[in-house]
Design a protein. Structure first.
Length: 230
């Protein structure tokens, strides 16, 4: 189990990220203080830092600098409202492993965290691959890859979020509203019905058996029709 340190001054965002990261199997530490983050990074408490640059006490770039120095270089995913190209280049040039701007999808953040942890563990790291339908569908959360009958699926972030949300509990119906909140993580006017369009595109990529894989549950929403392999 990897430990993720969430450094974020907005409590709602901290709590949201904690829920999603814990659901994905990570241990989570949280703080709204840059000084506390520096202490936790310094004593080796975190395997990865999910870092907001806009902190009230210490500039987030100082936390990033501390995380990247010395023999134990802690991976950092920057999470910030600073969305200009120049800000992204600046964060990455300081040593950030990835960069996510607000507003964000918590599902995407979890996937990016998994991908960075996978890279930092090196080529010998165990694959986090879930199998469904007797091996027909394979979902690799670390590499953000999905395969159906051996064929790689080229999915958009939203399609990936829908598929992995449904795969989190195979057979359980998910409402459109629930999928919106899992995939987008915040209220988005008019987005709930557009889930149908994304499911249509996802089914097109799944191919001939798509309707049996992503099933429509009348009056509710959608569910994964393939069982999880034990």
């Amino acid at each position: 189990m990897s430990t993720v340190l969430v450094v974020e001054d907005e409590r709602e965002i901290r709590d949201l990220l904690r829920r999603y990261l814990e659901r994905a199997g990570h241990a989570v530490l949280t703080t709204d203080s840059g000084a506390e983050a520096i202490r936790l990074v310094g004593d080796g408490s975190a395997d990865l830092v999910l870092l907001d640059l806009g902190l009230p006490d210490v500039d987030g770039t100082e936390v990033l600098r501390v995380a990247r120095e010395g023999d134990r270089r802690t991976p950092v995913v920057v999470l910030t409202a600073r969305s200009t190209v120049e800000d992204r280049i600046s964060g990455l040039s300081l040593g950030a492993d990835d960069y996510v701007t607000k507003p964000f999808s918590p599902t995407e953040v979890v996937l990016r965290v998994g991908a960075v942890l996978g890279r930092s563990h090196g080529p010998g790291a165990d694959d986090d691959v879930a199998s469904y339908g007797g091996g027909r569908l394979l979902v690799d959360a670390t590499r953000r890859e999905a395969r159906l009958d051996g064929r790689a699926l080229d999915l958009t972030p939203t399609e990936w979020g829908i598929l992995t949300s449904l795969a989190s509990v195979p057979g359980r119906p998910f409402s459109r509203y629930e999928l919106v909140n899992r995939v987008r993580g915040y209220e988005f006017s008019g987005y709930e019905r557009s889930i149908d369009s994304h499911v249509k595109n996802l089914r097109h990529k799944l191919g001939a058996d798509a309707a049996d894989i992503v099933e429509t549950v009348t009056g509710v929403g959608y569910r994964l029709g393939l069982g999880h392999d034990r």
